[in-house]
Design a protein around this ligand. Structure first.
Ligand code: SF4
Length: 344
């Protein structure tokens, strides 16, 4: 089966920019970006990232805010923060050279089993099998395994199978082949079983179970949160603040926020923002967005608040509204400024 998958890959592989290199820095950047990101979006961000930070030292010497600005819109911002931390570690402890094996790579922040296996196999041909979502789907169907793939038992079981399948040499090519095969041939919807080169040995195909696999344990309830953003402004200036919480959008900039347990009215909002700092001249509800994350549903309201005198508190900044784009922003905040024509 492995030989057939490699043969399939050689004639069907996608032409992707990170396939043209074995530079571990570039492979690392591509692998981190591609976690939770579609290929098409990934290509755009990969090119943008490497243009701004072409090597470890340029990334290690950059400011966190600049890295987040490049990452803006990709989500899961801790990935970018961890990359900067790891680049600094490699610059200091490894003289700007990427570690040369899986056991060293896995010690770095933000590099887990999957990423260490991908970098070490692709760049150094180390015999380490990768298991991503595509590999889980393919293996569960090929062997007709219904262990939920998002449990520790499932993860161990599929990793063991992948470890047994990987050949002694050509490990990087094999890993990329099995991921591409899962992504393009053994697809989530409408897999191309009829023309599949390994259908004769595929158990799920024989048993008619293809659409039932892989099995996932249902997620816990998705939490709903109510965020009220205050666009506190006067004379072309407004107040922003940096998030400092690990839950979402860590280190990104947002408007002053009031989080509530449910949707609130105009009067309830007013009672939340009684302040001696400035005199409120006018409050207007502006718009509401629903923003869905993998584990949370955000109901986000924006309120326009005109005040008499703008003064930023500790932990916040007074900025010119037109400069908002200089800061890394969560998607809904960027969308709000565009929608209200506050920036072009
Ligand atoms: S026969 Fe269908 S289910 Fe089996 S490996 Fe091929 S594409 Fe996947």
């Amino acid at each position: 089966m492995t030989n057939l998958i490699i043969k399939w890959y050689r004639s069907n592989k996608r032409d992707l920019p990170w396939r043209k290199t074995k530079n571990p820095y570039c492979i690392w950047v591509s692998e981190i970006i591609l976690q939770q990101t579609q290929i098409k979006t990934g290509i755009k961000y990969y090119k943008k990232f490497l243009k701004k930070f072409p090597n470890i030292s340029s990334l290690a010497n950059s400011k966190e805010e600049d890295v987040l600005k490049i990452w803006q819109g990709l989500g899961y911002y801790n990935r970018a923060i961890n990359m900067l931390y790891t680049a600094k570690t490699i610059a200091q402890n490894y003289n700007n050279n990427f570690p040369l094996c899986y056991d060293e790579l896995i010690k770095l922040k933000g590099i887990g089993e999957y990423t260490a296996a991908a970098i070490s196999s692709i760049c150094y041909d180390e015999k380490k099998a990768v298991v991503d979502g595509n590999v889980y789907r393919f293996l569960s169907r090929y062997y007709n395994i219904d262990t939920p793939i998002n449990t520790s038992l499932g993860k161990r079981q599929f990793q063991n199978i992948a470890d047994k399948l990987i050949p002694k040499t050509g490990c990087g090519e094999y890993n990329q082949a099995i991921m591409d095969f899962g992504s393009l041939n053994c697809k989530k919807n409408n897999p191309t079983c009829i023309t599949c080169p390994i259908k004769r040995t595929c158990k799920a195909f024989k048993l008619g179970n293809v659409q039932q696999l892989p099995v996932k344990k249902p997620k816990k309830n998705i939490k709903t949160r109510y965020l009220n953003y205050l666009f506190i402004n006067q004379k072309k200036q407004c107040i922003i603040q940096q998030r400092n919480s690990k839950d979402i959008w860590n280190k990104l900039y947002e408007l002053p926020l009031i989080e509530t347990d449910c949707k609130i009215t105009f009067n309830q909002l007013k009672s939340h923002i009684i302040t001696k700092q400035f005199k409120i001249l006018n409050i207007n509800f502006q718009c509401q967005f629903n923003h869905i994350l993998s584990h949370q549903r955000l109901i986000i309201s924006f309120w326009d608040i005109k005040i008499n005198n703008i003064n930023a508190k500790k932990n916040s900044k007074k900025i010119l509204i037109k400069d908002i784009n200089k800061y890394p922003l969560p998607k809904p905040i960027e969308k709000y400024f565009h929608k209200e024509h506050l920036i072009i």
